[in-house]
Design a protein around this ligand. Structure first.
Ligand SMILES: O=C(O)CCC(=O)C(=O)O
Length: 269
């Protein structure tokens, strides 16, 4: 874990290859698209998501609670963590939607989380590369402090002038991932993604965590309050002992979604 921590502290992200087998990623993929909401980007294009805060004994509730993911999150944050939320972010083939450059903490600070003691562990469900709109990061941008996130076009994004300066300084890394690869990134790491210009799907499962000592004073959901994670042993997950695949009954609907509070336009899928 220490090498990952060194990379994470330096770059603001770390990639771990082949963290999950195809038995898990194939099963999780079957939930893609069901119950999705749509978040509108700066150009008015559509991004599809399923978001949940409460984790049950279905597959999508067990992955964010499993030892592999939670141990990594706790190592990177440096203390016990609470589940913040998880989401499947899906770009269907040919979809034009993008994720504008942003720091997650630029939004989460609005819920009153005192410190950037938050991280996201993302698991690729499909192969992803620039042609299908893979996640992109600006390495080292987590050290740039809190950047303003004004309204930009039809959405919100990190101040484009600051982003341009950081890209000049640090460049951009396209996170090319195979199914089952994992990337963890700091809540201040600038990230985004482009359109899916390919004929392939691009689905990724983002699991986000907050330090137990970092209670939000203005949570947008009851599910954002800190609470201990009821962990799931990796053996149970890898052995396929989940109740069902999909957390559809707990996917947060468009009208109640935190993206609304963040100033995004959110539509039913
Ligand atoms: O899935 C992506 O490409 C990025 C999603 C993202 O940054 C977000 O949901 O905040």
């Amino acid at each position: 874990m220490n090498r990952w921590l060194d990379d994470y502290r330096r770059d603001g992200y770390v990639v771990i290859r082949s963290a999950f087998p195809s038995s898990i990623t194939d099963a999780a993929r079957t939930a893609v698209g069901s119950g999705a909401i749509v978040v509108v980007d700066s150009a008015g294009e559509r991004q599809e998501l399923n978001v949940w805060t409460d984790c049950g004994d279905d597959l999508l509730g067990m992955i964010p609670r499993c030892d592999t993911v939670v141990d990594l999150a706790e190592t990177l944050v440096g203390e016990p963590v609470s589940h913040w939320h998880s989401k499947i972010s899906w770009k269907r083939p040919g979809s034009k939607g993008t994720w504008d450059w942003h720091q997650d903490y630029g939004f989460w600070i609005e819920e009153g989380c005192p410190r950037p003691a938050m991280t996201t562990v993302s698991i690729a469900l499909d192969a992803q590369d620039p042609s299908n709109g893979c996640l992109r990061v600006i390495p080292g941008s987590h050290l740039a402090g809190d950047i303003d996130h004004p309204a930009v076009g039809a959405g919100r994004a990190a101040d484009p002038t600051v982003v341009a300066g950081l890209i000049d300084e640090h460049g951009v890394v396209d996170l090319e991932l195979a199914p089952g690869d994992l990337v963890a990134f700091h809540c201040r790491t600038l990230h985004g993604s482009g359109p899916n210009a390919s004929e392939r799907s691009r689905a990724i499962l983002h699991c986000s965590y907050n330090a137990m000592s970092n209670e939000p004073s203005n949570p947008f959901f009851p599910g954002h309050r800190v609470r201990p994670i009821e962990r799931v042993a990796d053996d149970r997950l890898l052995g396929g002992r989940w109740a069902s695949v999909d957390a559809a009954s707990r996917f947060i609907p468009a009208a109640e979604n935190g993206y609304v509070n963040e100033g995004y336009t959110v539509l039913d899928g």
